[in-house]
Design a protein around this ligand. Structure first.
Ligand SMILES: [Zn+2]
Length: 271
């Protein structure tokens, strides 16, 4: 069984200096490839450096380059140049993480919209898919994407946590959907249980969003309390259960979808 984790915050300080072990545990757990998330100019540059250092052959680690809505207040011409410089690199497979977060509002909404708009323009120009973040902002995101969708090769709403209407609005625009261990959280994720079965094959991908969102159903719980790509099988297990699919079947179709979406090569045989 081979899995692909489409959202790993590998540059997060929680993983300090233990990246080699982390990658090995992921491979042992069947996670053959990972897409490392960029969230600012600096994080996106660091993500690419780390991916090159840990996976010199370019078989397993790929990255995104972009500015998260929390960081949108820092979007300026210099940031745009830094992101754009990364987009020409063959290992950078998507623009993002970008989007709208009206839940925490760490950046003023007009700034979030401007940063998103300019990143959608970059994605269109570089023919790259978009890795989107959305919290409590679906109507506005849908409105903005409506303007851009025809020029984008693809877009995934990562860590989908919204409701049925929003899911169907995204699917109607032919977007992809990323599901994390949020679905394993009985306090705030159980509304996803009846929804995941409505995501067509070919549109669904899996992610940990590590080190965040440790699946609450995971046993034994790691002492660190930190999520990592090796725990993606727990997300697989939960999603397979609620879709009425076998884990092997779900792993096969979500990995095929991720490989096509991010244009990933066939990974080396792992174990
Ligand atoms: Zn996010």
């Amino acid at each position: 069984m081979q899995l692909i984790d489409i959202g790993v915050n590998l540059t997060n300080p929680a993983f300090d200096e233990q990246h080699g072990d982390l990658l090995q545990r992921a491979i042992t757990a069947g996670v053959a490839q990972m897409v490392v998330t960029g969230t600012s100019g600096e994080v996106s540059e660091r993500a690419l450096e780390l991916a090159e250092q840990l996976d010199p052959h370019g078989h397993r680690l790929f990255t995104t380059a972009g500015v998260h809505p929390h960081e949108a207040k820092g979007w300026d011409a210099d940031t745009q140049r830094r992101i754009e410089a990364l987009l020409g690199h063959p290992r950078v497979r998507a623009v993002g993480e970008c989007g709208l977060d009206f839940n925490r509002d760490f950046s003023p909404r007009p700034m979030q919209e401007r940063a998103l708009e300019e990143q959608l323009a970059l994605a269109a120009r570089y023919n790259l898919p978009v890795f989107l973040h959305e919290r409590d902002a679906a109507p506005r995101l849908v409105a903005m994407l409506r303007e851009w969708r025809g020029r984008l090769t693809g877009a995934v709403v990562h860590c989908f946590t919204a409701d049925r209407n929003e899911l169907f609005a995204y699917l109607d625009m032919d977007l992809h959907i990323g599901i994390t261990g949020w679905i394993c959280d009985e306090r705030r994720g159980s509304h996803l249980h009846p929804l995941v079965g409505s995501i067509p094959r070919g549109r669904l991908m899996l992610e940990t969003d590590a080190p965040y969102l440790l699946p609450r159903t995971l046993r034994p719980k790691p002492k660190s309390g930190r999520n990592e790509p090796a725990f993606l099988p727990e997300v697989l297990r939960e999603v397979a259960h609620h879709r009425g699919e076998t884990e092997a079947d779900l792993a096969a179709h979500t990995s095929a979808t991720a490989r096509a979406f991010f244009h990933l090569p066939t990974p080396p045989a792992s174990h």
